[in-house]
Ligand binder design. Sequence first.
Ligand SMILES: [Zn+2]
Length: 214
Amino acid sequence: MNSIENLKTGFKNFRNDAFECKSELWENFVENGQDPKIAVVACSDSRVDPAIMMNTDAGEIFVIRNVANLVPPYDENEGYHGTSAALEYAVQHLRVEHIIVLGHAYCGGINSLFGPRKVGVEGHFFIPPWMSIAEPAHRRVRATMPNASEAEQARACEKGAVMVSLENLMTFSCVRKKVYKSELRLHGWYVDIKAGTLSCYNADSNQFEIDGDT
Ligand SMILES: [Zn+2]
């Protein structure tokens, strides 16, 4: 069976299982809409689906996915601000109480910062300008650990990019106001897909610390 047919079969299984068995849940979704308390900014990488990794149910997390799980700085200029629009919806309309920026190891987007820059050539029109959001993290890593291997620098840059995204979240006035009023909390998380661990940023230690249960 090809992979497209797998998806159709997967939907049938979902309909017969999760949908039919939880008909009240889905009726409630239709009648009252969604009410997630948590938004997650995750990478588009097929290996790091937050709903699968966090074992969540439908309606539990509002997921925003893009290349390298980045949050751009607030920008009022015209454009197709997909990530910012989704964030605005999550914060202003859904009134989520938490935003998690979920980074991950072996991120292709972050890795592209370490290779030769191919700006404006076919296949590289949109990725370099998007990845420039993480450039401060890349510069920081190069400056603070110049003698580390490229792999070590990449792992540090993946975590650094989460921090840049958390900083950029605070450039959105709707986020800033709610954080100051303690109506919204921001979290930086990082999944190591080799070790199978989840690390959470601890502001007190200024470190990503492996969650005790993983
Ligand atoms: Zn990634």
